[in-house]
Design a protein around this ligand. Sequence first.
Ligand SMILES: [Zn+2]
Length: 445
Amino acid sequence: MLKGFRGRIFYFDINADVFHLEKGYHYFEDGLLLVKDGKVLKAGSYDKLSVEVTQKYECIEFGNSFIFPGFIDAHVHSVQTKSIASYGNQLLQWLQTYIFPNEKKFDNTEYAREHTRFFFQQLLKNGTTTAVIYPAIFDASVEAVFETARMLNMRIISGKTWMDRNAPDYLIEKPEKSLKSVSGQIEKWHRKGRAHYAITPRYAITSSPDSLKVAASLLRTYEGLYIQTHISENMQEVAMVNHSYNDHKGYLDVYDSYGLLTPYTLLGHGIYLSSGELNRIAQAGASIVHCPTSNLFLGSGLFDFHKTIEHGVKIAVGSDVGGGTSFSMLSNLHDAYKISALKNNLNFENSSFNTFATMNALEAFYFITLGGARALHLENKIGSFLQGNEADFVVIDPSKNQLLSYRLDGADTVEEMLFAILMLGNEQVVKATYLMGEEAYPFKV
Ligand SMILES: [Zn+2]
């Protein structure tokens, strides 16, 4: 079954180089995306492809709307939607006050299903087609994530978020218990359909050495697992980790020494990492997930994206809701841009001022499409319109936002248009979201 989608098509070439993105993208003002059996058959200019393709197909016309590869949210909590926009305080106090009590409710299957469905709807209405998800410690919260993703046929990476200390009793369990339940979940869900399992010890403060050993043993037992956790998000957190793991060289070394640093490791935040730590992450082939709206909301700090890529580390972007304030990856990019601009100015004091260090529009879109896919090692499945990739895409209609539409009128370059979209766009401009060539948003019921 062949389908065509016509609109302004933008995506990065599979060979794009993060340092030369201006040479690594495709843009078709009047473009056509051809999808066969849920996969990309071809993307190109409408005039050219309509002559080339003789087979009949239904063509869905999107006019002046943009068609992008679906956005990738590489760090988001499915159990924190109710905690979004909860006033005040720094990370550790905020977790205790708002996050932990809300996560407790996901012990109940019915509650977990209902609220996880709402969470996925938020992803889709914001154009997110792949998400890396932290549920809670409860089986019900994990099952709800994998079941919902399977129902939607959506690509996800997720796994039970476990803790064994420094959290309320109702959210911790002994590592042996986690080992048993996680093993069961891996066997049930890992590499089934579009799902991957991620070993998810929440972070070093809530993980004892025994718990990290269990995480490592799971990595050795099962093939192709991801591992996700938080690192160097907040200064108080870093100080606590240095105190409780004082026989280690630093925060990264805690995970590294237990064998948790692999090419499939996704490290959330990474604001206060040293050059040595960044080098080690690059060497391991692991990735950092930058969470801009969360870092500003919780006052955690200013991530240095430029320094990070200069060290050869791959970056993806995460909304980190409920610390993050928006499911929209566009909103997250506009905060990422502002953070990079601030960081650029602050770096002036350290005499490393670099006028190219402020994130540009191509870099921003790269991080939520192809760059995100590369960080997840999924670039041969998602993130671009490479032939054979899964046809996950988002349709952005600027006319849904009068100011954006006004701004784009007369814009000269692709970069100018993309920048305006990321600065002014949000869920309002998402016209449709497709998973494997099927419309997943607007919702049918
Ligand atoms: Zn998080």
